[in-house]
Ligand binder design. Structure first.
Ligand SMILES: Cc1cc2nc3c(=O)[nH]c(=O)nc-3n(C[C@H](O)[C@H](O)[C@H](O)COP(=O)(O)O)c2cc1C
Length: 264
């Protein structure tokens, strides 16, 4: 499946078969984590693989309103140092892991642990590392064939891309003239906590600036990292070598929270 198709079909999986990964697949996952850890550790993040024991430790407390998702496997995102950079790039590479797992036929779901006591976390994971998110993954439970897949709703482009200032929504025609209409058409499918889709992009003077509307803290840095990852990957398809900078905010009047900038 190519990236565009993946983004159109990407969907969280909340029901898994009660089945272990084959040892071949498990080896592939371990190798994948080695590769991703090499990149993520530069930003003080490390991913670790766990089995189904995690569920018992987090039942009733992990996930939205304590609705923990049961799966045979989990990947934790461990912050060695927790700051803007580790939150963003931890999410960036965890979403890369999501894509790779999907290529192996595995479903995934991000799980938030904000409501969970630090003591419960350290007991469950056996580490003092800070962990705010885990990824559930495994073989998706197959649905009866008559059940139609429902996709979570997403914004239109003019709801999250702006031109020169935040009073001026960008039109598809403008994006087309820059050759970046497809990038935004597809990245709107990026997942976000509570599906809040808080990202706002400003195109100005040859740069693209990422902001967050109604910034609520760490979960929004995570949402940022995910959409930054998809921007970079989609840009690659248009032969754009996009690099993100977590630099200082440009002079733009807005209440939105500035995250970083990139090229197109
Ligand atoms: C940072 C983050 C945290 C999330 N936490 C949870 C969670 O705790 N429980 C859950 O069921 N889904 C969680 N999700 C999944 C989102 O709700 C889901 O991606 C979003 O609603 C879009 O739906 P889709 O993935 O099916 O397209 C999380 C997603 C992200 C990106």
């Amino acid at each position: 499946m190519d990236l565009k198709e993946f983004l159109e079909k990407r969907k969280s999986c909340r029901k898994y078969e009660d089945r272990e990964l084959t040892s071949q697949v498990l080896d592939k996952v371990k190798k994948l984590l080695e590769v991703e850890n090499e990149k993520a550790l530069k930003h003080n993040v490390e991913y670790k693989l766990y089995g189904d024991s995690i569920y018992n430790g987090l039942e009733g407390v992990g996930g939205y309103s304590g609705v923990m998702i049961k799966s045979p496997n989990y990947i934790t995102m461990n912050y060695k140092v927790k700051d803007k950079e580790s939150l963003i790039y931890g999410a960036y590479y965890l979403e890369e892991i999501v894509g790779e797992l999907s290529q192996m036929g595995l479903g995934t779901c991000w799980i938030t642990l904000f409501g969970v006591d630090e003591e419960i976390k350290s007991k469950t994971f056996g580490t003092q590392d800070k962990i705010d998110f885990v990824l559930a993954f495994g073989y998706p439970e197959s649905k009866p064939t008559f059940e139609i897949d429902e996709y979570s709703a997403r914004h239109g482009i003019e709801d999250f891309v702006y031109f020169e200032d935040f009073d001026t929504p960008c039109t598809v025609e403008q994006l087309y003239s820059y050759g970046i209409d497809e990038i935004f058409y597809y990245i709107k499918n990026a997942p976000s906590a509570y599906n809040s889709q808080p990202w706002r992009f400003l195109i100005k003077g040859g740069n693209i600036y990422l902001y967050i509307e109604d910034f609520k803290g760490d979960a929004n840095y995570t949402d940022s990292g995910i959409v930054m990852y998809y921007y970079t990957k989609m840009a690659e398809l248009s032969s754009i070598d996009a690099t993100w900078h977590l630099d200082d905010a440009p002079e733009v009047e807005t209440n939105f929270k500035y995250i970083g900038s990139t090229n197109f």
